[in-house]
Ligand binder design. Structure first.
Ligand code: NDP
Ligand code: 2IT
Length: 444
């Protein structure tokens, strides 16, 4: 049996009931086959793949907190520190009822390669809890965040592990987490990114994932003789990534016509009004029905459906496995020619294959959404030198990083005989640096 197949079997056997983790590992290992085969003897002797698929450390903890009625509630908290070969652990925290060890492991595993692709010195990890911030008061969210950090603070630090936001974790949650870390440790240090601007945050971090997604999409289209100018874009999600993807799509001359949340979706043929979207989702934390009520051109539908809209470019920016095979078929049938993932693993494996086989330009999330974590690393740099850069400075570094990521994965795909396969290119380019660092550092 090949080394790759052996490891895939082992991952499925030893991590039961973690389908998202199996999926993420399978996608990566499949595209690494050619690299692994070339170096099989060394990698096997060093147990490189066994080490790669096993987190360095998994911290699981209880998060008790008191709700507004005086009732004690308990959630599961976790931080999975996957790989620190190329830098301190870096990756977001997700607060959503669907969070479990398998989900956090898939996200942490993806983060290793994503962080490597940024070219910056950051290792990969992820964390979170099954706490649902929806419908909770600010005080309840603060109580949860303080309790979460009261356990987590022992394992994180500016040079050790630097969490940030993800689904359900934005500026409000990062503020409460930061305050509690500072109170417990007495340290005013860059232990979290995505901080508010008044206490060490970076300009352009809020916009970075969505903007970066569009910078990379723009470069990918340009290198394939196409452009965003005048194109119709379908976006899913209505959170941090989707909102700033929509904003930058407009700025680059495209027309974003959809967005979605966990209950329904909007089709707005006049193009999404991004200021209204921010009011509804960022400020009021309301449902998209309020967007439709305030915008005569918009149509609201319950449930899923964004991928049935005719578009040139599709940008899934909500959550994992939100774009399945039937969605991929609908996109292709409607003439879509590019899919770039703003979310982590939003496209199922069969849908990815269908899109690639249909000649669609497809860029995986670990490359396309790397602008968020890259700008987090720029926030870490600013914190270390105790300076703040201007919006333009950060934004232009972000743009350079995204353009470089695209060329690195494009070159890697070509070098290994898989031209245009950006999934393989991203996995190979991300892996090589991490593998080199792991081998250099010995058996750790
Ligand atoms: P937010 O919490 O800001 O927004 C998430 C959006 O997706 C919301 O509109 C939410 O709906 C919707 N959503 C979440 N879960 C589901 C679900 N199960 N079904 C349908 N819709 C859902 O998160 P982000 O925008 O930060 O994250 C979106 C994606 O991007 C995630 O995959 C995340 O891992 C990834 N990502 C985020 C980065 C960042 O910097 N924030 C960086 C790189 C990747 P509702 O409004 O109803 O809650
Ligand atoms: O998935 C991701 O890359 C993020 N949620 C951002 C992580 C970070 O550390 O900024």
């Amino acid at each position: 049996m090949s080394y790759v197949d052996e490891i895939m079997d082992k991952v499925v056997r030893e991590n039961p009931a973690q389908p998202e983790f199996h999926q993420a590992v399978q996608e990566v290992l499949e595209s690494l086959r050619v690299v692994i085969d070339r170096n099989e003897e060394t990698y096997r002797r060093q147990a490189l793949l066994e080490r790669l698929v096993t987190p360095e450390r998994q911290i699981l903890f209880r998060v008790p907190w008191v709700d507004d009625k005086g009732q004690v509630r308990v959630n599961n908290g976790m931080r999975i520190q996957f790989n620190s070969a190329i830098g301190p652990i870096k990756g977001g925290l997700r607060l959503h009822p669907s969070v479990n060890v398998g989900v956090v492991k898939f996200l942490g595993f993806e983060q290793i390669f994503k962080n490597s692709l940024t070219g910056l010195p950051i290792g990969g990890g992820k964390g979170g809890s099954d706490f649902d911030p929806k419908g909770k008061s600010d005080r309840e969210v603060m109580a949860f965040c303080q309790s979460f950090m009261t356990e987590l603070y022992k394992y994180v630090g500016a040079n050790m592990d630097v969490p940030a936001g993800d689904i359900g974790v934005g500026a409000r949650e990062i503020g409460y987490l930061y305050g509690q870390y500072k109170r417990l440790t007495g340290l005013y240090e860059g232990v979290l990114t995505g901080k508010g601007l008044s206490y060490g945050g970076s300009l352009a971090r809020k916009e970075a994932t969505g903007y970066g997604l569009l910078y990379l999409t723009d470069e990918m289209l340009r290198c394939n003789g196409k452009s965003l100018e005048g194109k119709t874009v379908a976006v899913s999600g209505a959170g941090n990534v989707a909102t700033y993807a929509i904003e930058k799509a407009w700025q680059l001359g495209a027309k974003p016509v959809t967005c979605s949340d966990s209950t329904g979706w909007i089709y707005d043929p006049d193009g999404i009004d991004v200021e209204l979207l921010k009011q509804v989702k960022e400020v009021r934390r309301a449902r998209l029905t309020e967007y439709a009520a305030a915008r005569p051109s918009a149509v609201y539908h319950e449930g899923k459906g964004v991928w049935t809209v005719k578009c040139d470019v599709a940008l899934p920016c909500a959550t994992q496995n939100e774009l399945g095979l039937e969605d991929a078929k609908a996109l292709v049938a409607n003439g879509c020619f590019a899919v770039c993932e703003g979310a982590n693993m939003p496209t199922t494996l069969d849908a990815t294959k269908y899109l690639q086989d249909s000649g669609i330009l497809f860029c995986p999330g670990k490359a396309a959404n790397a602008g968020g974590v890259a700008t987090s690393a720029l926030e870490m740099s600013q914190n270390s030198e105790r300076l703040s850069w201007t919006f333009e400075e950060v934004d232009s570094k972000l743009k350079n990083i995204m353009v470089n990521i695209f060329h690195n994965l494009d070159d890697a795909a070509r070098e290994y005989g898989m031209e245009g396969n950006y999934v393989a290119g991203a996995n190979i380019a991300g892996f090589l640096k991490v593998a080199d660092a792991m081998l250099a550092q010995g058996v750790v």
